[in-house]
Design a binder for this molecule. Sequence first.
Ligand code: HEM
Length: 384
Amino acid sequence: MGVSFWEDPYPVYKTFQDRSGVFWDEMLEVWVVAGRSAVNTVLRSPAMSSDWLRLNVSESTARDFPELERMLLGWFMLMDPPDHTRNRRALQPFFTRNRVEGLAEEFRDIVATRLELVRPLDGVDIASDFAAPVAGAMLARVLDVPVGVMVGAAVHMTAIASFLAQPHKREFAERAAAAVDRLNGLYRELAPDLSRDSALFPLMGDDPKAPEDPYLHTAHLLSFAGQETTAGLIASGLLHLLREPGLYKEVAAGHADPDAVVEELLRFDTPVPQVPRVALSDLTVDGRTIRAGDRVLVLLAAANRDWHHTRDADVLDFARNQRHMAFGVGIHYCLGAPIARRGAKTAISEWTAAFPEVRLVPESVRWAVGTGFRRLESALVQPA
Ligand code: HEM
């Protein structure tokens, strides 16, 4: 049996790029943007909107689920300026590189505690036993909320991710709406005990018993944007290293620059492979004109391997030193990039140092299907 799209989407992305940097997909009724320079132009253009309502005009089933619609309208990732700018600016101080680097020691403790619990002798799943709990605990620390809240939130994220990837499917909307309901319950319960130092605290309003929408919606957005993505990078990063035993040994021995390792893993297998946009006005890119009202799918993962401009694009090479687009480009550039970088650097360095002699069980590798994230579901590791 051949390798499926979800196991390795890159051959499909390559056929897109061979066709053109920008093309209209008749079946999906969307512009596909796959070339590196085209991705850069589209994401920096004020002609492109991230607005949730515009992205899903007319056929959207979301309107039948008002709480779901309300939540997505409250995510500043799906807003345009000036609302986007105002909301993002309010959170920025909590996500600076300096603040996150100040938590480096605590991130190391989180990883060390987890490493005490996992023993390759019995077989360890790098996705569910290591990457997911570690990423959840790191995000809980950054947001100053109990780990249990992040664990609870994580359970509901797949439903929301599946809906965002395919918003016209009614059963996905139903499941996502139920997830929003549970998440609201979880964060309402947390509100009276929330630390005053939390990034979420200023958004709560005066009455912790009836926290305001900006608190709930931002809590959902950060749980969604921060957890699966970082877990995905750690898990798929370790998987790709385990598939290249020479590179794994190099990293385990501390012979590779940990920053370069993480940057190359982000380029090589991009945890958020695509971001959606809709055109507010006409925009001509690579000689093709995207018209106002057209929907656009921007393939960050394809741009990161741009086969026409990248030497040995399908090879992991820590000396490459190439800027990638895994955190997006322009005004929506990932707010949590310092957390993801520091988190993955700590997790991957400490794991490989603790377990220099392990091997992957190839038949245990499973990727999630049908979500907008690239998510490794499981991959077992045993003693070599
Ligand atoms: C490897 C991990 C991560 C990857 C690959 C990633 C990727 C991305 C990408 C591609 C975008 C741009 C979306 C767009 O243009 O529409 C984005 C935005 C965002 N990310 Fe991340 N992310 C990661 C981790 C995090 C973490 C840890 C957080 C923190 C909670 C976070 C919070 C956000 C937020 C709030 C936005 C919206 C920014 C805006 O609209 O201005 N992300 N991320």
